[in-house]
Design a protein around this ligand. Structure first.
Ligand code: SAM
Length: 245
């Protein structure tokens, strides 16, 4: 008999919550309201519309959390530079953007910021290179359109003491198809983790590399949360109270 996959095995995955699947169905498209809203968001993301970037909320959080002028800052999804320009007030910024047309507007928007270095590259690959080079930053910003889970736990290797800003899509307002469900189960052990579960899991991923991780700020931006974590490298012996002989 063929063995069931993880996602066919009803003991490991709950049936999809009907709340995700059932909704008012548009007569013309046959799609649920939630699916139509998702399509609209995707289209706005494609146009790089600020409406899906929440720059004001992100900027006021950055201003609230950061202080100092000589920080080293890694921004892995810069877009057209809404936050990059703000980060430049706090120190040197290494900014990454993959999409050519968006990268060009980033370069244009930060041309007067002396300490910003723009890179046109894939951040999901680049962060491995930075780890290989043993780079460290005071601030790391993860702001992809989708889930940032693939950066964990290794993103913590880039911070010995500093701040990690993370944009996290709310699982329950994003369309839950089989692929998203499988992705969330593999990272959080469940297909619909809530805010608390996600925060606790990120803190546990910090400990994988002996980083103490504390949530210092969280803002609600419609379909995403924006978290700020304080990260600090700890000695395993001190942290656990176990002395190695
Ligand atoms: C949520 S937007 C960033 C918004 C920006 N931080 C702001 O506050 O205005 C995500 C950006 O990541 C870019 N992007 C998507 N995949 C990428 C990748 N693999 N590497 C780097 N940038 C990527 C997109 O083109 C988009 O501009």
């Amino acid at each position: 008999m063929m063995q069931k996959t993880l996602f066919e095995n009803e003991n490991l995955i709950e049936p999809l919550n009907p709340a995700f699947c059932i909704g008012a169905v548009s007569g013309s498209t046959g799609k649920t309201y939630r699916a139509i809203r998702h399509d609209i968001t995707r289209a706005k993301q494609k146009q790089n519309a600020d409406e899906v970037h929440h720059p004001d909320e992100k900027i006021s959080q950055i201003r609230k959390v950061l202080s100092g002028i000589d920080l080293s800052i890694l921004e892995l999804f810069s877009g057209n530079g809404n936050c990059t320009k703000i980060y430049a007030d706090y120190g040197e910024v290494l900014a990454f953007e993959k999409k050519g047309i968006v990268y060009d507007s980033l370069v244009e928007n930060v041309k007067d910021c002396m300490l910003v270095q723009c890179n046109k590259a894939d951040s999901f690959l680049e962060f491995h290179r930075l780890i290989f080079l043993k780079q460290k930053f005071d601030v790391v910003d993860l702001d992809p359109y989708g889930f940032p889970n693939r950066f964990f736990p290794d993103i913590f290797l880039l911070i010995d003491k500093g701040i990690l800003f993370v944009t996290m899509p709310k699982p329950y307002v994003n369309i839950l198809n089989g692929i998203t469900a499988a992705h969330l189960i593999s990272y959080y052990g469940e297909q619909n983790p809530n805010e608390q579960t996600i925060i606790e899991r990120i803190a546990l991923w910090g400990l994988c590399h002996w980083r103490k991780v504390e949530l210092i700020d969280s803002i609600d931006c419609k379909s995403v949360w924006r978290f700020a974590f304080a990260v600090e490298k700890v000695k395993a012996t001190d942290y656990t109270g176990v002395s190695n002989r």
